[in-house]
Design a protein around this ligand. Sequence first.
Ligand code: TMP
Length: 217
Amino acid sequence: MTKRGRFITLEGGEGVGKSTNVSFVAECLEAQGLEVVRTREPGGTVRGEAIRALLLDPAPQEPLHVDAELLLMFAARAQHLAEKILPALARGAWVVCDRFTDATFAYQGGGRGIAKERIAVLEAFVQQGLAPDLTLLLDMPKEAATKRLESRLNDRQEQRDRFEKEQGDFFQAVREAYLARAAQAPERFAVIDAQHALVDVQAQIEQTLSARVTAWC
Ligand code: TMP
């Protein structure tokens, strides 16, 4: 029987360097000879990416209701699980996902103020017990993350998306909600101090991964 693959997620607020480190994690696992599926949320499938565009569109003319935002996150996730994540895990591939449901608890829960209990109902409905095996939470103080986000947007001449347009209090609440979730599930989370130079951050990630991969393989 094929051994089920492992599900690894990367989380953190805006500007903490997640995308670069998603690639790094995928490369570390591939170097161990593992099949890796790299993906992201919201998105990861054609329909999920269409939902992502709707969620990130900063168009101010029609505000998106917070419950509609929450349900769209889970709609994209249901498609992503059915079409990509579950089949990959079943064939023994490892899935490395840029954000998953911890982001919903942090952004829609902490940031938007939706009660965790309501989010947990949707989590149970959509995921039916599936949870990541390991979550790397890239953490840094809000001020440092905001600076990095601004310089990235300037360098790439990018416009802010609907979430990036939020203000400091929102990002502070997101960070606190992430840290609270990590404290509640320390066996699943590894909190990475992302304030340091990239090589140091990646050394922390590599150390966490090598301990887990050895234990799992
Ligand atoms: P990204 O910038 O990391 O690609 O993510 C897109 C945005 O979506 C980011 O600002 C966080 C937000 N988000 C939520 O608000 N809830 C969620 O469940 C997920 C997965 C992302």
